[in-house]
Write a protein that binds this ligand. Sequence first.
Ligand SMILES: Nc1ncnc2c1ncn2[C@@H]1O[C@H](COP(=O)(O)OP(=O)(O)OP(=O)(O)O)[C@@H](O)[C@H]1O
Ligand SMILES: [Mg+2]
Length: 220
Amino acid sequence: MSIIISLKKVKKQIGKEEILKDITLEIKKGEFVSIVGVSGSGKSSLLYIMGFLDKPSTGEVFFEGKKINYRNEEELSTIRNLKMGFIFQFHYLLPEFSALENVMAPMLKKGIPIPEAIVKSRKILKKVGLEGKEHRKPYQLSGGEQQRVAVARALANDPSVILADEPTGNLDSRNTEEVMNIFESINREGRTIIMVTHELYLAKRARRILRMKDGRVEEL
Ligand SMILES: Nc1ncnc2c1ncn2[C@@H]1O[C@H](COP(=O)(O)OP(=O)(O)OP(=O)(O)O)[C@@H](O)[C@H]1O
Ligand SMILES: [Mg+2]
């Protein structure tokens, strides 16, 4: 398997505090990796660096073998918008737009024509089990359904990597199970998944578990 994201001696310093300490890590294409660790151990900070939402203080980050130049904002946003799909604990859906429109938004931003975006978005919403609910607004959907719209939106531009920060943190066990099943199915399609969770039983469903501890990472 080829390496999709790699970190070399990455440190993140905020003020006097070193929140990531000398992290060297490789993520292979198609892997399903989970990140566990206590609150404040640096899980989100690491995820944001792996998703190019944040930059390290020192060290190098590579995407598909190419070293990231953090001064090249255009390159960074291309990777972020076209290669990465993000899912957070809170879904951040646009409240005034329907499920369909929320999924279409990243496609339209990329320049996909509206009719094509509609067809694609319907297909993705079907995949996450929301067929027939395309025109509902977030407030007309349950919490679990809202999170599935967020998963669909993350899949909009056919990303190679899905980064999820506590994606089931606000869900009951049934909805957690549904989101996990969707993750497993999109991983089978060959997408790389990196998921932060504090639940070890969920982390164990990934083939590889990383544990953050005081800004350092260890393989479990
Ligand atoms: N912008 C910031 N400014 C100052 N400190 C920060 C900032 N972001 C994170 N930190 C600190 O860095 C450490 C790691 O934070 P991070 O959010 O990565 O932890 P986490 O493992 O995701 O925790 P949680 O499980 O609570 O989400 C914490 O001590 C936090 O207070
Ligand atoms: Mg966090």
